[in-house]
Design a protein around this ligand. Structure first.
Ligand code: DTR
Length: 334
C-alpha cells in the first residue's frame, strides 16, 4: 500500500515537473488594423486579463496591423490555424455573417456599450452556424457611424455622388443617401484618403484621432445611424486542447470584455471629438430638422427589405431576429 502511494506521488511530481518544463501555453492573436486603434486596445486588455487570471499559465503574443492575418482572411486564417486567435470586423464579409450583421441594420443602437451587449445577447441566443468551426471569445460593436469628409455635407444634395468609404450595413446606408459608396477595410482607408480615391468615410469617430483622419477630414456630419459588429474567434483545436480552468477564465471574460470594449469605445469617441475640434478645428455639422427627416426617410425601407430577403429562407427567422435585437437594445440602453 505504501509502495503504491509513493509511486503515485512520484508520478504526480514528474507530471508537475514536465508541465513546468514545457512552460506556459503560448497563443498567437492576430489583428488587422494598427496598434493605436480600438480593436487592438481591446486585444491588449484581453491579453493582460487572461495572463493575470490564469496566473501566467497562458502567454499571448499579439500581432496588430495585419502582420499575421489581414482583415479579409482573419476567419479562415484562424480556422486553418495560421493564428490561434483573431479579431474580425463582420461587416467586411456581409454574406458570411448574415445573422450577427443584422446588428448593422439602422435599428437605433445609441452607443457602443449598448451595441456590444446587444450583439453578445444575439450571438448567445442563436449560436449562428457561421461560427461553428471556431470558439467565439467575445463580440463587440463600434459606436454609431458618422460622416467624415474633406468637403462639408449639410444636405442630401451635398452627399450625392460623393466617393465615400464604408463596408457592410453602413455601405448600404451610404448608397441609400446617394453617395458613391466605396468598400474597403479600415486598414486600407488612410491610403485611399491620402490618394484621393475617396473623399471621406462613414465610421465611428474615434478614428479621427487614432488614424489621424482629422488632419484630412475637416468636416463631420453627425448621423449616429449604425454600428459595425466585431468578433474575436479562436481555432477550435487549440481551444479544445486548453485545460478546463483556462477555458473557464476565457468564457467568463467574454461578456465582460464585450462591455469593457463598448465603454472604452464610447469614452474614446468623446475624447477624439474634443481633440479634433481643438487640435484640427474640425467642424461638427448637425443636420437641420428637415434634412434629418429626409435622411431618415431614405433608411426606413432598409430593415424591411432585409427581412423580406432573408425571410425567404424558412430556416432563418429574419423578423424574429430584428425584434430580438430591438429588445436587447432596450434591455441594455441605460
Ligand atoms: N467602422 C468600421 C470599424 C472600425 C471602426 N474603427 C475602427 C478602427 C480600426 C479598424 C476598424 C474600425 C470601419 O469603418 O471599418
Amino acid at each position: 500500500m505504501r509502495k503504491i502511494s509513493l509511486s503515485v506521488m512520484l508520478l504526480g511530481f514528474i507530471l508537475v515537473c514536465q508541465s513546468l518544463a514545457a512552460g506556459p501555453i503560448r497563443l498567437n492573436y492576430a489583428n488587422f488594423p494598427p496598434a493605436s486603434t480600438f480593436p487592438c486596445v481591446q486585444m491588449e486588455r484581453w491579453k493582460t486579463e487572461v495572463q493575470t487570471r490564469t496566473g501566467g499559465k497562458v502567454e499571448i503574443n499579439t500581432f496588430p496591423g495585419g502582420t499575421l492575418l489581414g482583415a479579409k482572411n482573419m476567419m479562415d486564417g484562424v480556422i486553418s490555424g495560421q493564428a490561434d486567435i483573431g479579431c474580425l470586423c463582420m461587416a467586411y464579409q456581409p454574406g458570411r455573417f448574415v445573422l450577427t450583421n443584422a446588428s448593422g441594420l439602422p435599428l437605433g443602437i445609441p452607443d457602443a456599450r449598448t451595441g456590444s451587449l446587444a450583439l453578445w445577447d444575439l450571438y448567445k441566443k442563436y449560436s449562428p452556424e457561421a461560427f461553428s468551426k471556431v470558439r467565439v471569445l467575445t463580440m463587440f460593436t463600434t459606436a454609431p457611424a458618422n460622416l467624415m469628409s474633406r468637403t462639408p455635407i449639410r444636405t442630401l444634395a451635398d452627399i450625392k455622388g460623393l466617393d465615400l468609404r464604408a463596408s457592410g450595413g453602413a455601405a448600404e446606408i451610404l448608397r441609400a443617401w446617394g453617395a458613391n459608396q466605396v468598400g474597403m477595410p479600415m486598414s486600407a482607408t488612410p491610403e485611399a484618403l491620402q490618394k484621393g480615391v475617396v473623399q471621406g468615410l462613414f465610421s465611428s469617430l474615434e478614428v479621427l484621432k487614432d488614424l489621424a483622419f482629422a488632419e484630412q477630414c475637416k468636416y463631420v456630419t453627425m448621423t449616429n445611424t449604425v454600428i459595425y459588429p466585431f468578433a474575436v474567434v479562436m481555432n477550435m483545436d487549440r481551444w479544445n486542447a486548453l485545460p478546463p480552468d483556462v477555458q473557464k477564465v476565457m468564457d467568463e471574460l467574454a461578456p465582460e470584455q464585450s462591455k469593457w470594449t463598448g465603454e472604452y469605445m464610447d469614452g474614446h469617441v468623446r475624447n477624439a471629438i474634443e481633440w479634433s475640434k481643438k487640435e484640427h478645428q474640425v467642424e461638427f455639422i448637425e443636420l437641420s430638422a428637415d434634412e434629418r427627416k429626409a435622411w431618415d426617410g431614405k433608411l426606413s425601407p432598409i430593415t424591411e427589405k432585409w427581412i423580406e430577403k432573408h425571410g425567404k429562407n424558412s430556416d432563418f427567422p429574419a423578423a424574429r431576429i430584428v425584434e430580438d435585437i430591438k429588445t436587447f437594445i432596450k434591455k441594455h440602453n441605460s
